[in-house]
Design a protein around this ligand. Structure first.
Ligand SMILES: O=C(O)[C@]1(O)C=C(c2cccc(Sc3ccccc3)c2)[C@@H](O)[C@H](O)C1
Length: 165
């Protein structure tokens, strides 16, 4: 079955390209998602995207990836769970505050890559801490929107390597 990656973007990332282009670049979220989808497709991987400004909605979507809660990812035609094999997540500001997202990611036990458009370690002190990084398979930050394509490429290779084992 074709590996699936779930790309999650958190609060305010719907504003990508519209504000603070000097920090977050000029690409819109739609352009970023298209870039990521092209990258996934070129590697034979399916990509599902989700963006929310609400912590609980993100937790619900992560739980849904494991077939739990209101957002269970079920295939309409076959009722099979379309569970992602990996998650790529840019939690936005929730990176620095959300134990709930950390707990949800640990609960579903799906490998995840943490992505940040900016280099959070070169910014304000409060952005230097992430509640996710110590549990992430990889953390990519400061590559701009190309961090997403790097994360997809890494996740796809990680999945393919797992298939071969
Ligand atoms: O660099 C990132 O990708 C990051 O995850 C993304 C963030 C982010 C995402 C979207 C918007 C903003 S700030 C903003 C608000 C309105 C308009 C433009 C930018 C920050 C920060 O909160 C994080 O600290 C870092």
């Amino acid at each position: 079955m074709t590996p699936r990656i779930l790309l999650i973007n958190g609060p305010n990332l719907n504003l990508l390209g519209k504000r603070e282009p000097h920090i977050y670049g000029s690409a819109t979220l739609a352009e970023v998602e298209a870039l990521a989808r092209d990258q996934a497709s070129s590697l034979g991987v399916e990509l599902e995207t989700f963006q929310s400004n609400h912590e609980g909605a993100i937790v619900d979507r992560i739980q849904g990836a494991a077939g739990w809660g209101p957002e269970a990812a079920v295939d309409d035609r076959t009722e099979r769970l379309r569970k992602p094999s990996a998650i790529v997540i840019n939690p936005g500001a929730l990176t620095h505050t959300s134990v709930a997202i950390r707990d949800a990611l640990l609960a579903v036990d799906i490998p995840f890559v943490e992505v940040h458009v900016s280099n959070i370690h070169a910014r304000e002190p409060f952005r230097k801490h992430s509640y996710l990084s110590d549990k992430a398979v990889a953390v990519i930050c400061g590559l701009g929107v190309y961090g997403y394509t790097a994360a997809i490429a890494f996740a796809a290779r990680h999945l393919k390597a797992g298939e071969r084992e």
